[in-house]
Design a protein around this ligand. Structure first.
Ligand SMILES: NC(=O)c1ccc[n+]([C@@H]2O[C@H](COP(=O)([O-])OP(=O)(O)OC[C@H]3O[C@@H](n4cnc5c(N)ncnc54)[C@H](OP(=O)(O)O)[C@@H]3O)[C@@H](O)[C@H]2O)c1
Length: 293
């Protein structure tokens, strides 16, 4: 099978390329904005929104994995909101426009779709939230789902915070955040180990039964206090001091609300499938990830 991966230079993309090139015989094409050395497969360097030299490779592929995006954990002045939208909505729109019928599209989304809540539990049947990130995720998914009109199979991954060598953990270990009690500490945090994300993508490629929307998060979300305690037992420098909400808002603006209120999301569809999580529990997931950083 020929697999085209957009956003392949990012955290999940690089892990996916490594896994696909090491463990399968598929023909891999990786689209990145900066040249990256891959052990196998083909690297196309280009910006989806600025050139179309990627289109031919995409059109001759059986599978398109769209992982384009950028960092949301920052303030969102108007200029950043445009960047966030371009990296998700415009790229997905361009990809779907270029696709042929009967291809498979596996597209990223986020559990931010549900909005934040201190007391609700969300699964795939829950309605979308009304905050900026929720509306962004909703629009993003609609762009991806429009590939169904081309008779494509579409799989949407509503990702929780992905734990791996990069992404959120890089911010923690790289001292952007050093832990600390956020909000009441009782609000939930929905997470997933990168191994389980890659396992899901592989199954979605191999098994036609996978279609539609899936929450890609562990069946055991934790509250922030528990996350901090697990992290602190592995990384002693993690602080338990309370971070004032005001400080958090000054640092990341509107995004602070997601951290303060939290989100408890369950992967109901994966649980119905008896999907085997390699890392269902946070402590083991963190131990694995931090041993590799
Ligand atoms: N990691 C998580 O915890 C998490 C959680 C929920 C949802 N997600 C979503 O899952 C997707 C993948 O996550 P990630 O952590 O791998 O994100 P990432 O590290 O930010 O990677 C996104 C990649 O998309 C590329 N990209 C953006 N705009 C592009 C364009 N116009 N043309 C070509 N490439 C473009 C970026 O290129 P450059 O490298 O040149 O910037 C980057 O390599 C993202 O959409 C993210 O929002 C991730």
């Amino acid at each position: 099978m020929k697999i085209f991966v957009a956003g392949a230079g990012g955290f999940i993309g690089q892990n996916l390329i490594k896994k696909l090139t090491q463990s399968t015989n598929h023909n891999i094409v990786a689209l990145t904005r900066r040249k990256i050395n891959f052990s196998a497969g083909k690297n196309i360097v280009g910006d989806i929104l600025k050139s179309d030299k990627w289109k031919e490779e995409l059109q001759s592929s059986d599978v398109v994995v769209n992982l384009c995006g950028n960092d949301i954990a920052r303030k969102w002045p108007r200029s950043v909101k445009i960047e966030l939208q371009n990296a998700r909505l415009k790229t997905t729109e361009a990809i779907v426009r270029a696709m042929n019928s009967k291809q498979l599209l596996i597209n990223a989304s986020a559990v931010g779709y549900y909005g934040y809540s201190r007391d609700k539990t969300f699964d795939e049947t829950s309605v979308s939230g009304k905050d900026y990130l929720a509306l962004l995720a909703k629009d993003w998914e609609l762009k991806a789902l429009s590939a169904i009109e081309k008779k494509c199979r579409v799989v949407i991954m509503r990702l929780g915070v992905v734990l791996g060598n990069g992404g959120a953990i890089k911010n923690i270990v790289g001292q952007k955040f050093i832990g600390g009690r956020i909000g009441s500490g009782k609000q939930y945090f929905s997470w997933i180990h990168i191994t389980d994300v890659l396992h899901f993508i592989k199954r979605a490629i191999d098994e036609d039964e996978f279609y539609g929307i899936y929450n890609i998060c562990s069946p055991n979300p934790v509250c922030y206090d528990e996350f901090n305690a697990s992290l602190g037992s592995i990384l002693p420098r993690i602080t338990t001091m309370k971070i004032p909400n005001m400080l958090l808002k000054m640092s990341v603006g509107e995004f602070a609300e997601t951290l303060i209120q939290g989100q408890k999301v369950l992967p109901k569809r994966l649980q119905q499938l008896d999907f085997e999580f390699t890392f269902p529990y946070l402590k083991e997931a963190l131990q694995d990830v931090l041993a590799k950083v």
